[in-house]
Design a protein around this ligand. Structure first.
Ligand code: GLV
Ligand code: GLV
Length: 333
């Protein structure tokens, strides 16, 4: 029987589908690199990995001769050494599409919370500091007519644009890989620096890669408006978090809504003391429906690979120079 290794359990029915076709083992926690390499070396055809698993060249090497696919339970794949995977003939798949709306909702929630000071206001109430309505008390940013700058106009960026437009925001963007669908024709492309200068809110939706690492730093933060809000639901290291703490402290920007951090789970020193930061613990895709859909896609990708079919969500199709033999019958999709 083919072997599938999961680092953490997935929501049903995905484990059941996998269990019907293969021998499934579960590590049960996020493994260290040596631990994962040892587990893979025991003979694994497909590794179903989480976004915190170190899928390094050493781990891929441990799968030598047998490991044919890494099926990620995530859309971001910065934790996988893609060059090593491709050179070792291991395909890598992810779960795009199914978490788009949940992540866009999360970005919109952070945007609203920052713009209208909802978390700050909540603290005022819970600590008994509300002294009564006043004309200029806790004023925030009006979304109607404000400009939202979206960096990374892929699926999630576009879903955020649609939501923000319903609030009357003007949309500018940078980093679209393809032409936008006709319903987003009113969104305006801008070079990154112009976008930063023009936006009241900047929301990040780029993958973490060499060219996006620390793309928001002291220099780019200084280009933003003094009352601008930064929203990040992509990956922490896209932002230089130390520079962001300085910018928040010194009011170089107005506020930040963050769901991801540079070294999760710990935010950079000083960040939690910043009252103008709204912080959530990497909840972008955290809805029951989305996690289930991600698990289903992760399992489907794994089963396709076991059946010797190139999964639809393969990030590096070139890795399979020669299609490996089927180990199971195709899954009835
Ligand atoms: C979540 O951060 C993901 O990449 O799926
Ligand atoms: C990820 O799913 C994206 O394209 O934004």
């Amino acid at each position: 029987m083919p072997k599938v290794l999961l680092t953490l359990p997935l929501p049903q029915p995905a484990p059941q589908w996998l269990g019907d076709a293969a021998e499934v083992s579960v590590i049960g926690h996020i493994p260290s690199e040596p631990e994962l390499a040892t587990a893979v070396a025991e003979g694994v055809d497909v590794l179903c990995a989480q976004l915190r698993d170190p899928v390094t060249s050493r781990v891929l090497e441990a799968g030598k001769g047998r490991l044919r696919a890494v099926s990620l339970y995530a859309v971001g794949y910065n934790n996988v050494d893609m060059v090593a995977a491709t050179s070792r003939g291991v395909i890598v798949t992810n779960t795009p599409g199914v978490l788009t709306d949940a992540t866009a909702d999360c970005a919109m929630g952070l945007l609203l919370a920052c713009a209208r000071r909802i978390v700050e206001g909540n603290t005022v109430m819970h600590t008994g500091h509300f002294e009564g309505w006043e004309p200029d008390y806790m004023l925030g940013l009006e979304l109607k007519g404000a400009t939202l700058g979206i960096i990374g106009m892929g699926r999630i960026g576009q879903a955020v644009a649609r939501r923000a437009r319903a609030f009357g925001m003007n949309i500018v963007y940078a980093g679209a890989k393809k032409e936008l669908p006709p319903d987003l024709a009113d969104a305006r492309p801008l070079p990154l620096e112009e976008l930063l200068a023009a936006s009241d809110v900047v929301s990040l939706h780029v993958p973490l890669a060499e060219d996006t690492y620390h793309m928001i730093n002291a220099r780019t933060l200084a280009l933003m408006k003094r009352n601008a809000i930064l929203v990040n639901t992509s990956r922490g290291p896209v932002v230089d978090e130390e520079d962001l703490v300085t910018a928040l402290r010194e009011n170089i920007i107005g506020g930040a809504g963050l769901d991801v951090y540079e070294s999760e789970p710990r935010p950079a020193p000083g960040l939690i003391e910043c009252e103008n930061a709204v912080l959530t613990p990497h909840l972008g895709s955290a809805t029951t429906q989305t996690r289930r859909a991600m698990a289903e896609l992760c399992a489907r990708n794994a089963l396709a690979a076991l059946a010797g079919e190139l999964p639809k969500n393969t990030l590096n199709p070139r890795a399979w120079k020669k299609t490996p033999p089927p180990l199971i019958k195709p899954f009835p999709f």
